[in-house]
Design a protein around this ligand. Structure first.
Ligand SMILES: NC(=O)c1ccc[n+]([C@@H]2O[C@H](COP(=O)([O-])OP(=O)(O)OC[C@H]3O[C@@H](n4cnc5c(N)ncnc54)[C@H](OP(=O)(O)O)[C@@H]3O)[C@@H](O)[C@H]2O)c1
Length: 335
Protein backbone atom coordinates (compact mmCIF):
# COMPACT_ATOMS: atom_id res chain seq x y z
CA UNK A 1 0.00 0.00 0.00
CA UNK A 2 1.19 3.54 -0.77
CA UNK A 3 0.80 5.98 2.12
CA UNK A 4 -1.11 9.11 1.12
CA UNK A 5 -2.22 12.28 2.88
CA UNK A 6 -4.82 15.01 2.38
CA UNK A 7 -3.95 18.55 3.42
CA UNK A 8 -7.12 20.64 3.45
CA UNK A 9 -9.12 17.73 4.89
CA UNK A 10 -11.85 19.99 6.29
CA UNK A 11 -12.82 21.36 2.87
CA UNK A 12 -15.25 20.12 0.23
CA UNK A 13 -12.68 18.65 -2.16
CA UNK A 14 -10.76 17.24 0.82
CA UNK A 15 -13.87 15.33 1.90
CA UNK A 16 -14.39 13.89 -1.61
CA UNK A 17 -10.78 12.71 -1.62
CA UNK A 18 -11.13 11.07 1.81
CA UNK A 19 -14.32 9.26 0.75
CA UNK A 20 -12.57 7.73 -2.27
CA UNK A 21 -9.29 7.00 -0.48
CA UNK A 22 -11.07 5.03 2.26
CA UNK A 23 -12.07 2.47 -0.39
CA UNK A 24 -8.94 2.61 -2.53
CA UNK A 25 -7.26 -0.80 -2.90
CA UNK A 26 -3.68 0.56 -3.25
CA UNK A 27 -3.63 3.84 -1.28
CA UNK A 28 -3.62 3.93 2.50
CA UNK A 29 -4.89 7.16 4.05
CA UNK A 30 -2.14 7.92 6.55
CA UNK A 31 -2.23 11.68 7.17
CA UNK A 32 -4.98 14.30 7.37
CA UNK A 33 -4.37 17.99 8.05
CA UNK A 34 -6.00 21.41 8.08
CA UNK A 35 -4.78 24.91 8.98
CA UNK A 36 -6.03 24.68 12.53
CA UNK A 37 -5.65 20.90 13.05
CA UNK A 38 -6.19 19.06 16.35
CA UNK A 39 -9.53 17.50 15.62
CA UNK A 40 -10.99 14.18 14.52
CA UNK A 41 -12.12 13.79 10.91
CA UNK A 42 -15.53 12.46 11.98
CA UNK A 43 -16.06 15.68 13.96
CA UNK A 44 -15.13 17.88 10.99
CA UNK A 45 -17.35 15.83 8.64
CA UNK A 46 -20.17 14.22 10.60
CA UNK A 47 -21.05 12.15 7.51
CA UNK A 48 -17.87 10.15 8.25
CA UNK A 49 -19.00 9.26 11.76
CA UNK A 50 -19.25 5.48 12.12
CA UNK A 51 -17.20 5.09 8.94
CA UNK A 52 -13.74 6.20 10.00
CA UNK A 53 -12.08 7.67 13.08
CA UNK A 54 -8.83 9.47 12.34
CA UNK A 55 -6.88 12.33 13.86
CA UNK A 56 -6.50 15.57 11.87
CA UNK A 57 -3.17 17.31 12.41
CA UNK A 58 -2.15 20.91 12.03
CA UNK A 59 -0.66 21.04 8.52
CA UNK A 60 3.12 20.61 8.68
CA UNK A 61 5.43 19.87 5.70
CA UNK A 62 7.81 17.79 7.87
CA UNK A 63 4.94 15.56 8.97
CA UNK A 64 3.90 15.07 5.34
CA UNK A 65 7.44 13.95 4.47
CA UNK A 66 7.40 11.56 7.44
CA UNK A 67 3.96 10.01 6.85
CA UNK A 68 3.29 10.19 3.10
CA UNK A 69 4.62 8.96 -0.21
CA UNK A 70 2.02 11.05 -2.03
CA UNK A 71 -0.03 14.01 -0.81
CA UNK A 72 -3.11 15.81 -2.12
CA UNK A 73 -3.14 19.53 -1.44
CA UNK A 74 -6.78 20.68 -1.29
CA UNK A 75 -5.85 24.22 -0.28
CA UNK A 76 -6.51 27.70 -1.62
CA UNK A 77 -4.03 29.06 -4.17
CA UNK A 78 -0.94 30.64 -2.63
CA UNK A 79 -1.28 28.47 0.51
CA UNK A 80 -0.70 25.45 -1.73
CA UNK A 81 2.61 26.56 -3.25
CA UNK A 82 3.85 27.69 0.17
CA UNK A 83 3.32 24.12 1.32
CA UNK A 84 4.30 22.23 -1.83
CA UNK A 85 7.70 23.87 -2.23
CA UNK A 86 8.74 22.43 1.15
CA UNK A 87 8.04 18.81 0.21
CA UNK A 88 8.47 18.30 -3.55
CA UNK A 89 12.24 17.77 -3.35
CA UNK A 90 11.94 15.41 -0.39
CA UNK A 91 10.58 12.47 -2.33
CA UNK A 92 6.85 13.02 -1.80
CA UNK A 93 4.67 13.08 -4.92
CA UNK A 94 2.25 16.03 -4.91
CA UNK A 95 -1.18 16.42 -6.49
CA UNK A 96 -2.25 20.03 -6.08
CA UNK A 97 -5.89 21.00 -6.56
CA UNK A 98 -5.32 24.76 -6.50
CA UNK A 99 -4.32 27.08 -9.36
CA UNK A 100 -0.71 27.35 -8.17
CA UNK A 101 0.93 24.98 -10.67
CA UNK A 102 -1.63 25.10 -13.50
CA UNK A 103 -0.37 28.03 -15.51
CA UNK A 104 2.76 29.48 -17.06
CA UNK A 105 4.34 31.99 -14.72
CA UNK A 106 3.25 35.06 -16.74
CA UNK A 107 -0.37 33.93 -16.94
CA UNK A 108 -0.32 33.02 -13.23
CA UNK A 109 1.12 36.32 -12.06
CA UNK A 110 -1.28 38.35 -14.25
CA UNK A 111 -4.24 36.33 -12.97
CA UNK A 112 -3.46 35.46 -9.33
CA UNK A 113 -0.42 36.78 -7.46
CA UNK A 114 3.37 36.61 -7.43
CA UNK A 115 4.53 33.02 -7.84
CA UNK A 116 6.59 31.79 -4.91
CA UNK A 117 7.80 28.49 -6.33
CA UNK A 118 8.95 29.11 -9.90
CA UNK A 119 11.55 26.33 -9.48
CA UNK A 120 8.89 23.64 -9.56
CA UNK A 121 6.42 25.26 -11.95
CA UNK A 122 8.07 23.77 -15.04
CA UNK A 123 7.95 20.26 -13.54
CA UNK A 124 4.19 20.38 -13.00
CA UNK A 125 1.96 18.37 -15.34
CA UNK A 126 -1.53 19.74 -16.04
CA UNK A 127 -3.82 16.94 -14.91
CA UNK A 128 -6.42 17.06 -17.68
CA UNK A 129 -6.19 13.29 -17.95
CA UNK A 130 -7.28 12.71 -21.56
CA UNK A 131 -4.68 15.19 -22.87
CA UNK A 132 -1.70 14.70 -20.50
CA UNK A 133 -1.95 11.00 -19.52
CA UNK A 134 1.53 9.96 -20.67
CA UNK A 135 3.20 12.95 -18.95
CA UNK A 136 1.31 12.21 -15.73
CA UNK A 137 2.74 8.69 -15.62
CA UNK A 138 6.21 10.25 -15.14
CA UNK A 139 5.15 13.24 -13.00
CA UNK A 140 6.16 14.06 -9.43
CA UNK A 141 3.89 17.12 -9.33
CA UNK A 142 0.42 17.20 -10.88
CA UNK A 143 -1.63 20.39 -11.16
CA UNK A 144 -5.37 19.76 -11.03
CA UNK A 145 -7.17 21.86 -13.67
CA UNK A 146 -9.88 24.30 -12.66
CA UNK A 147 -13.40 22.88 -12.62
CA UNK A 148 -14.74 25.16 -15.37
CA UNK A 149 -11.65 24.66 -17.57
CA UNK A 150 -12.01 20.86 -17.20
CA UNK A 151 -15.57 20.79 -18.54
CA UNK A 152 -14.91 23.48 -21.15
CA UNK A 153 -11.66 22.04 -22.50
CA UNK A 154 -12.92 18.45 -22.69
CA UNK A 155 -15.84 19.77 -24.76
CA UNK A 156 -14.12 22.26 -27.05
CA UNK A 157 -10.60 20.91 -27.64
CA UNK A 158 -11.67 18.32 -30.27
CA UNK A 159 -13.27 21.14 -32.30
CA UNK A 160 -10.42 23.67 -32.34
CA UNK A 161 -9.06 22.44 -35.74
CA UNK A 162 -12.55 22.98 -37.27
CA UNK A 163 -13.49 26.39 -35.88
CA UNK A 164 -12.58 29.93 -36.83
CA UNK A 165 -10.02 30.67 -34.09
CA UNK A 166 -9.87 34.35 -35.06
CA UNK A 167 -13.53 34.74 -33.96
CA UNK A 168 -14.38 35.19 -30.25
CA UNK A 169 -15.18 32.03 -28.30
CA UNK A 170 -18.22 32.38 -26.02
CA UNK A 171 -18.51 30.13 -22.99
CA UNK A 172 -21.62 30.20 -20.83
CA UNK A 173 -21.05 28.25 -17.60
CA UNK A 174 -23.29 27.34 -14.68
CA UNK A 175 -22.10 25.96 -11.36
CA UNK A 176 -23.51 24.63 -8.12
CA UNK A 177 -22.49 26.51 -4.98
CA UNK A 178 -19.88 23.98 -3.77
CA UNK A 179 -17.62 25.28 -6.55
CA UNK A 180 -16.87 28.24 -4.31
CA UNK A 181 -15.61 26.10 -1.40
CA UNK A 182 -17.02 25.94 2.11
CA UNK A 183 -16.35 29.54 3.16
CA UNK A 184 -19.60 31.51 3.26
CA UNK A 185 -19.92 34.77 1.33
CA UNK A 186 -22.80 37.09 0.42
CA UNK A 187 -22.94 35.43 -3.00
CA UNK A 188 -23.21 31.90 -1.59
CA UNK A 189 -25.58 32.77 1.27
CA UNK A 190 -28.78 30.65 1.12
CA UNK A 191 -31.01 33.73 0.84
CA UNK A 192 -29.00 35.05 -2.12
CA UNK A 193 -28.80 31.86 -4.16
CA UNK A 194 -32.07 30.08 -3.29
CA UNK A 195 -34.64 30.44 -6.13
CA UNK A 196 -32.07 32.53 -7.97
CA UNK A 197 -29.48 32.50 -10.78
CA UNK A 198 -26.95 35.15 -11.69
CA UNK A 199 -23.69 35.75 -13.56
CA UNK A 200 -20.56 36.62 -11.62
CA UNK A 201 -17.20 38.00 -12.78
CA UNK A 202 -18.46 38.06 -16.41
CA UNK A 203 -15.51 38.20 -18.85
CA UNK A 204 -13.12 38.60 -15.91
CA UNK A 205 -13.16 35.19 -14.23
CA UNK A 206 -9.74 33.64 -13.49
CA UNK A 207 -10.55 30.50 -15.43
CA UNK A 208 -10.68 32.34 -18.81
CA UNK A 209 -6.87 32.73 -19.05
CA UNK A 210 -6.48 29.06 -18.08
CA UNK A 211 -8.83 27.96 -20.89
CA UNK A 212 -7.06 30.24 -23.41
CA UNK A 213 -3.59 29.05 -22.35
CA UNK A 214 -4.48 25.37 -22.67
CA UNK A 215 -6.18 25.79 -26.07
CA UNK A 216 -2.96 27.42 -27.24
CA UNK A 217 -0.79 24.66 -25.72
CA UNK A 218 -2.78 21.80 -27.23
CA UNK A 219 -3.57 23.31 -30.64
CA UNK A 220 -1.29 26.36 -31.04
CA UNK A 221 -4.31 28.65 -31.46
CA UNK A 222 -4.47 31.97 -29.60
CA UNK A 223 -8.16 32.64 -29.00
CA UNK A 224 -10.25 35.47 -27.62
CA UNK A 225 -11.96 33.52 -24.82
CA UNK A 226 -15.10 35.13 -23.40
CA UNK A 227 -16.18 33.27 -20.29
CA UNK A 228 -19.29 34.02 -18.23
CA UNK A 229 -19.98 31.83 -15.18
CA UNK A 230 -23.34 31.73 -13.39
CA UNK A 231 -24.19 30.49 -9.94
CA UNK A 232 -27.23 28.20 -9.72
CA UNK A 233 -29.17 26.98 -6.67
CA UNK A 234 -27.66 23.49 -6.65
CA UNK A 235 -25.03 21.94 -4.40
CA UNK A 236 -22.83 20.44 -7.10
CA UNK A 237 -22.56 20.17 -10.87
CA UNK A 238 -21.31 22.27 -13.74
CA UNK A 239 -22.95 22.78 -17.13
CA UNK A 240 -21.03 24.41 -19.97
CA UNK A 241 -22.44 25.80 -23.23
CA UNK A 242 -19.82 26.90 -25.75
CA UNK A 243 -20.66 28.84 -28.92
CA UNK A 244 -18.16 28.93 -31.80
CA UNK A 245 -18.05 29.49 -35.57
CA UNK A 246 -17.21 26.53 -37.80
CA UNK A 247 -14.84 27.07 -40.72
CA UNK A 248 -15.63 23.72 -42.33
CA UNK A 249 -18.54 21.34 -42.51
CA UNK A 250 -18.34 18.62 -39.86
CA UNK A 251 -20.61 16.24 -38.02
CA UNK A 252 -20.07 17.45 -34.41
CA UNK A 253 -21.04 14.17 -32.75
CA UNK A 254 -18.73 12.22 -35.07
CA UNK A 255 -15.82 14.52 -34.15
CA UNK A 256 -16.43 13.81 -30.46
CA UNK A 257 -16.91 10.08 -30.97
CA UNK A 258 -13.68 9.82 -32.90
CA UNK A 259 -11.57 11.82 -30.41
CA UNK A 260 -12.91 10.04 -27.36
CA UNK A 261 -13.44 6.56 -28.83
CA UNK A 262 -11.07 5.00 -26.28
CA UNK A 263 -11.88 7.20 -23.28
CA UNK A 264 -14.04 5.40 -20.73
CA UNK A 265 -14.78 8.49 -18.59
CA UNK A 266 -16.08 10.64 -21.44
CA UNK A 267 -19.66 9.90 -22.51
CA UNK A 268 -20.82 11.31 -25.82
CA UNK A 269 -24.53 12.05 -25.61
CA UNK A 270 -27.02 12.18 -28.47
CA UNK A 271 -29.02 14.86 -26.62
CA UNK A 272 -28.16 17.90 -24.44
CA UNK A 273 -26.45 16.91 -21.19
CA UNK A 274 -27.46 17.42 -17.56
CA UNK A 275 -25.41 17.69 -14.39
CA UNK A 276 -27.25 15.14 -12.29
CA UNK A 277 -26.20 12.20 -14.45
CA UNK A 278 -22.56 12.93 -13.52
CA UNK A 279 -23.08 13.73 -9.81
CA UNK A 280 -20.56 11.90 -7.60
CA UNK A 281 -18.69 10.46 -10.61
CA UNK A 282 -15.63 11.06 -12.78
CA UNK A 283 -17.66 11.22 -16.01
CA UNK A 284 -17.71 14.18 -18.33
CA UNK A 285 -20.80 14.06 -20.54
CA UNK A 286 -20.61 15.92 -23.86
CA UNK A 287 -23.10 16.76 -26.60
CA UNK A 288 -22.61 18.95 -29.68
CA UNK A 289 -24.76 20.26 -32.51
CA UNK A 290 -24.54 22.78 -35.36
CA UNK A 291 -26.78 25.19 -37.22
CA UNK A 292 -25.04 26.13 -40.48
CA UNK A 293 -21.63 27.35 -39.32
CA UNK A 294 -22.75 27.92 -35.70
CA UNK A 295 -21.39 25.25 -33.34
CA UNK A 296 -22.85 24.46 -29.90
CA UNK A 297 -20.87 22.29 -27.47
CA UNK A 298 -22.50 21.24 -24.23
CA UNK A 299 -20.65 19.48 -21.39
CA UNK A 300 -21.42 18.51 -17.81
CA UNK A 301 -19.33 17.37 -14.85
CA UNK A 302 -19.48 17.16 -11.09
CA UNK A 303 -17.25 20.07 -10.06
CA UNK A 304 -16.14 18.31 -6.86
CA UNK A 305 -15.28 15.06 -8.67
CA UNK A 306 -14.14 15.37 -12.31
CA UNK A 307 -13.66 19.10 -11.67
CA UNK A 308 -11.41 18.47 -8.65
CA UNK A 309 -11.05 15.33 -6.51
CA UNK A 310 -11.66 12.38 -8.84
CA UNK A 311 -9.44 14.01 -11.47
CA UNK A 312 -6.78 14.45 -8.77
CA UNK A 313 -7.13 10.78 -7.78
CA UNK A 314 -6.93 9.68 -11.43
CA UNK A 315 -3.69 11.69 -11.72
CA UNK A 316 -2.33 10.08 -8.53
CA UNK A 317 -3.23 6.63 -9.86
CA UNK A 318 -1.28 7.32 -13.06
CA UNK A 319 1.69 8.78 -11.13
CA UNK A 320 1.87 5.55 -9.10
CA UNK A 321 1.47 3.17 -12.04
CA UNK A 322 -2.13 2.13 -11.29
CA UNK A 323 -5.20 2.04 -13.49
CA UNK A 324 -6.42 5.65 -13.67
CA UNK A 325 -9.98 4.73 -12.63
CA UNK A 326 -8.95 2.82 -9.49
CA UNK A 327 -11.11 3.75 -6.49
CA UNK A 328 -13.29 6.22 -8.43
CA UNK A 329 -17.10 5.86 -8.31
CA UNK A 330 -18.97 5.38 -11.57
CA UNK A 331 -22.65 5.46 -10.62
CA UNK A 332 -24.22 8.91 -10.21
CA UNK A 333 -26.29 10.10 -7.22
CA UNK A 334 -29.58 9.70 -9.06
CA UNK A 335 -32.39 10.44 -8.36
N1 LIG B 1 -14.79 23.38 -4.93
C1 LIG B 1 -14.55 23.03 -6.18
O1 LIG B 1 -15.47 22.67 -6.92
C2 LIG B 1 -13.14 23.05 -6.70
C3 LIG B 1 -12.93 22.56 -8.01
C4 LIG B 1 -11.63 22.57 -8.53
C5 LIG B 1 -10.59 23.06 -7.77
N2 LIG B 1 -10.84 23.54 -6.52
C6 LIG B 1 -9.69 24.07 -5.76
O2 LIG B 1 -9.38 23.13 -4.74
C7 LIG B 1 -8.89 23.83 -3.60
C8 LIG B 1 -9.76 23.45 -2.39
O3 LIG B 1 -11.10 23.83 -2.69
P1 LIG B 1 -12.31 23.51 -1.71
O4 LIG B 1 -13.53 23.83 -2.48
O5 LIG B 1 -12.14 22.19 -1.10
O6 LIG B 1 -12.09 24.64 -0.59
P2 LIG B 1 -12.69 24.72 0.88
O7 LIG B 1 -13.90 23.91 1.00
O8 LIG B 1 -12.77 26.18 1.18
O9 LIG B 1 -11.51 24.09 1.78
C9 LIG B 1 -10.25 24.72 1.86
C10 LIG B 1 -9.33 23.93 2.77
O10 LIG B 1 -8.08 24.65 2.81
C11 LIG B 1 -7.75 24.94 4.18
N3 LIG B 1 -7.16 26.30 4.20
C12 LIG B 1 -7.78 27.48 4.02
N4 LIG B 1 -6.88 28.51 4.06
C13 LIG B 1 -5.68 27.95 4.29
C14 LIG B 1 -4.37 28.45 4.44
N5 LIG B 1 -4.10 29.76 4.35
N6 LIG B 1 -3.35 27.57 4.66
C15 LIG B 1 -3.61 26.24 4.75
N7 LIG B 1 -4.85 25.70 4.62
C16 LIG B 1 -5.86 26.54 4.37
C17 LIG B 1 -9.05 24.90 4.95
O11 LIG B 1 -8.72 24.54 6.28
P3 LIG B 1 -9.47 25.15 7.55
O12 LIG B 1 -10.75 24.38 7.68
O13 LIG B 1 -8.52 24.88 8.67
O14 LIG B 1 -9.66 26.61 7.22
C18 LIG B 1 -9.81 23.79 4.21
O15 LIG B 1 -9.40 22.53 4.68
C19 LIG B 1 -8.95 25.33 -3.95
O16 LIG B 1 -7.70 25.75 -4.42
C20 LIG B 1 -9.98 25.37 -5.06
O17 LIG B 1 -9.80 26.47 -5.93
C21 LIG B 1 -12.08 23.52 -5.96
Amino acid sequence: MIKVGVVGASGYTGLELIKMLLNHPEFELSYLATTSGESMIEQLHTSLSGVVSMRVEKADPDAVVKHCELVFLALPHQASMGFAKEIIDKGVKVVDLSADYRLDVDTYEKTYCKHEDKNHLNDAVYALIEYYREDLKKAKLAAGPGCYPTATLLGILPFIPYIDTSAPLFIDAKSGVSGAGKKLSDMTHFVTINDNIFAYNPLKHRHAPEIAEKIEKVHGAKMNVNFVPHLIPATRGELISVYATLKQDIDPLEVLKERYAHERFIRIRENPVDVKSTAGTHFCDIFAAKNGNALFVNSAIDNLMRGASSQALAAANLMCGFDEGMGIPLVAYVP
